[in-house]
Design a binder for this molecule. Structure first.
Ligand SMILES: [Zn+2]
Ligand SMILES: [Zn+2]
Length: 285
């Protein structure tokens, strides 16, 4: 199939209940020329819910692929995309939270599932156990609320029968539900609502992920012309501008074509040819 036109003119289905087509659609239209963006309102939460009522059985990439395949099955379409997010401690600094977004585009014409991972520390994610309304309001004062919605429930780890109050965006509702939970249980758990339409920071992360993914999909294999000549890893060793020794910084990227297996080293996209001596283990140990 001619690479450049793989996606052009084809309808794209976005599997979402949470308005993600607004974050995903524009980049794929602009970069890949998909014809129209439709929404398949499948119950994406059956693959796992942030608020804990449904435990995700699949890893995030597999969950995104399962959602995209469910959207294809339901809509009868040939091209569907879905995303799956995880909020995990950042390994280098575990007090920081990493928002990891996987996007998977399934193309029923050639059977390929294209996957892309995007990770960012720009995340709004917090939770706290509270035993009083004062403690709840103190927590809320530190949050970007009400632009980012909150979730209230009786305890941190959901149990059968627990009521979960999601998408709270106004103070009267917050205080009323907070009081009810405190009266009934003596404590409550409050946390950021992580669903994309309730968390504009996450919606922006998905938008950036879609934009980078569209760029990757539009890059073709120089050998077989298949789309998605993807970045496999970055290769360290950018030489120091003072002494020429290799540094930890990337000197190049390695790209791979999954259908034909072609591997190639390509220059850094920013064109940088040498590292600052401050980044060099020899000059600045
Ligand atoms: Zn190839
Ligand atoms: Zn050096």
């Amino acid at each position: 199939m001619a690479g450049a036109d793989t996606f052009r003119g084809r309808p794209l289905i976005v599997a979402t209940l949470h308005g993600k087509e607004r974050a995903i659609g524009p980049a794929l239209r602009a970069r890949l020329g998909v014809a129209e963006v439709r929404v398949a309102a499948i119950d994406t939460e059956r693959f796992g819910a942030f608020s804990g009522e449904v435990t995700r059985a699949l890893d995030p990439r597999a969950a995104a692929e399962a959602k995209a395949r469910a959207a294809l099955a339901e809509s009868g379409g040939e091209l569907a995309i879905a995303s799956e997010g995880s909020f995990v401690p950042y390994p280098a600094a575990p007090l920081l939270t990493l928002d990891e977004e996987w996007l998977v585009l399934v193309d029923a014409r050639d059977g390929r599932a294209h996957a892309h991972r995007h990770a960012t520390l720009d995340a709004v994610f917090a939770g706290r156990r509270c035993e009083s309304l004062e403690a709840l309001l103190e927590f809320v004062a530190l949050q970007p609320f009400p632009e980012h919605a909150l979730v209230l429930r009786p305890r941190e780890h959901w149990r059968t029968g627990d009521g979960v109050h999601k998408g709270i965006v106004d103070r009267p509702a917050l205080e009323r539900i907070g009081r009810e939970l405190l009266d009934a249980h003596g404590e409550l758990w409050v946390e950021t609502d992580l669903r994309a339409h309730c968390n504009p920071t996450r919606m922006r992360a998905i938008e950036r992920a879609a934009s980078a993914f569209a760029e990757e999909l539009a890059t073709h294999c120089p050998r077989c012309d298949a789309p998605h000549f993807r970045v496999l890893r970055s290769l360290p060793g950018l030489p120091c501008s003072e002494c020429g020794e290799p540094t930890e910084l990337a000197r190049a990227l390695e790209r791979r074509c999954d259908p034909c297996g072609h591997l190639a080293e390509v220059a850094r996209p920013d064109g940088l040819r040498a590292a600052d001596a401050a980044q060099c283990g020899a000059c600045n140990p």
